[in-house]
Design a binder for this molecule. Structure first.
Ligand code: EPU
Length: 338
């Protein structure tokens, strides 16, 4: 059933935003085909919505068809050493993690505690504590909204990068099912500083369950708990810069955390810069604030507008440009701004 003028705030973790021109919830491939045909015949843009945990909906709303992806179900198929988990794109990511843990499967335990759906997680190539979703991605089934055709996008075609993928470039591909390859005899990935610290303090981090539990407790310290405040997690991406530029920044800002990438460029920690160089923790505009417990996270108290969030984000972007001479990118997407 198509709903008109439906307020979107409650479908986002920011709890912000105006209405959708049209809103449809889809439970099957056929529903996705019908929704895309409706958008085509009414010449409206299509906006797939997962858990709403990485988007900012403008106060004026979205002039298009918001398609809430609600395809459900988790299946497993065993292939000797590995097990493929296949989930409907609307399954909450945490349910996928739990299903893997219940079978003692390694692969996504470092990604425990992340909000959103498995579809959103894939588009975004979620990453945390040294692991990104691309590491376990096998394939995704999609419907091409331009013609309603189903397609399968494999690992080689998915072009994953830091918080990006082929699915971000090709917005007309609506994910319906995602397959992840997990293993029983996996190795714990404990290279990330927070996990090394937990391991050094004597915590046992051998099983996927143990690792997931520690990751959840680390996250609980840093990120606002669901419902407490509106948020979409990290608001900006960590900048990836040339080695030369990073060397000069390290001289100016001793202690800057740096993460060399496989292609020779270097990722720097923006949270550290916002905290230690610019002292911006708690910086606020209206009800929008740079979170006091983690400076890459933007939070919004009840009643905050998207305009306030955007103004705060712009102010931060300008301050970083003035201090470091670099343009930072947002990780959170503004719906309708593409
Ligand atoms: N730091 C500060 N002050 C702070 C927070 C952090 O100085 O207020 C320093 C930390 O001490 C550390 C560095 O900044 O040296 C990095 O912080 P952290 O380990 O918390 O990770 P992050 O780079 O800020 C990224 C992801 C998170 C993910 C964490 C953990 C991005 C944009 N964010 O954050 O993902 O959970 O690593 O792996 O890559 C998200 O994408 O929404 C998200 C939450």
């Amino acid at each position: 059933m198509i709903k008109k003028n439906l307020p979107l705030a409650s479908f986002t973790t920011f709890h912000i935003g105006g209405p959708a021109h049209s809103f449809i919830e889809v439970f099957s491939e056929k529903d996705v085909q019908e929704a895309s045909s409706y958008a085509r015949s009414n010449k409206l843009k299509l906006f797939p919505l997962g858990g709403g945990s990485n988007i900012l909906v403008p106060d004026a709303g979205v002039d298009g068809v918001v398609v809430r992806i609600a395809l459900s179900g988790i299946e497993f198929s065993d292939h000797g050493d590995s097990t493929v988990l296949i989930a409907g794109a609307g399954v909450p990511w945490e349910e996928v993690v739990e299903a893997a843990l219940a079978r003692d499967l390694f692969g996504i335990e470092n990604l425990a505690g992340i909000p959103g759906t498995v579809g959103g997680a894939t588009v975004q190539n979620i990453g945390a504590y040294g692991v990104e979703l691309e590491k376990v991605f096998e394939y995704a089934d999609v419907i091409d909204a331009t013609n309603g055709e189903p397609k399968r996008i494999t690992r080689n075609e998915a072009k994953f990068g830091y918080r990006t993928s082929y699915f971000k470039e090709r917005r007309e591909l609506i994910l319906t099912r995602v397959a992840l390859r997990l293993t029983k005899d996996g190795m714990p990935h404990l290279t990330y500083p927070d996990l090394l610290k937990a391991s050094a303090s004597g915590k046992s981090l051998k099983t996927p369950q143990e690792i997931a539990q520690i990751v959840r407790s680390i996250r609980a310290e840093k990120f606002p708990q669901r419902g407490e405040l509106g948020t979409a997690g990290s608001f900006f991406k960590n900048p990836i810069l040339s080695k030369e530029l990073v060397l000069s920044l390290e001289k100016r800002f001793p202690g800057l955390p740096v993460f060399p990438q496989s292609n020779g460029s270097v990722k720097i920690s923006l949270a550290w810069v916002l905290d230690h160089v610019l002292s911006l923790k708690g910086f606020s505009i209206g009800g929008a604030e740079l979170y006091k417990k983690h400076s890459l996270v933007l939070v919004a108290e009840e009643g905050t507008t998207a305009a306030e969030v955007d103004t705060l984000a712009r102010a931060i972007e300008n301050k970083i440009f003035d201090a470091l001479g670099i343009k930072i990118e947002r990780e959170v997407e503004t719906f309708g701004a593409r």
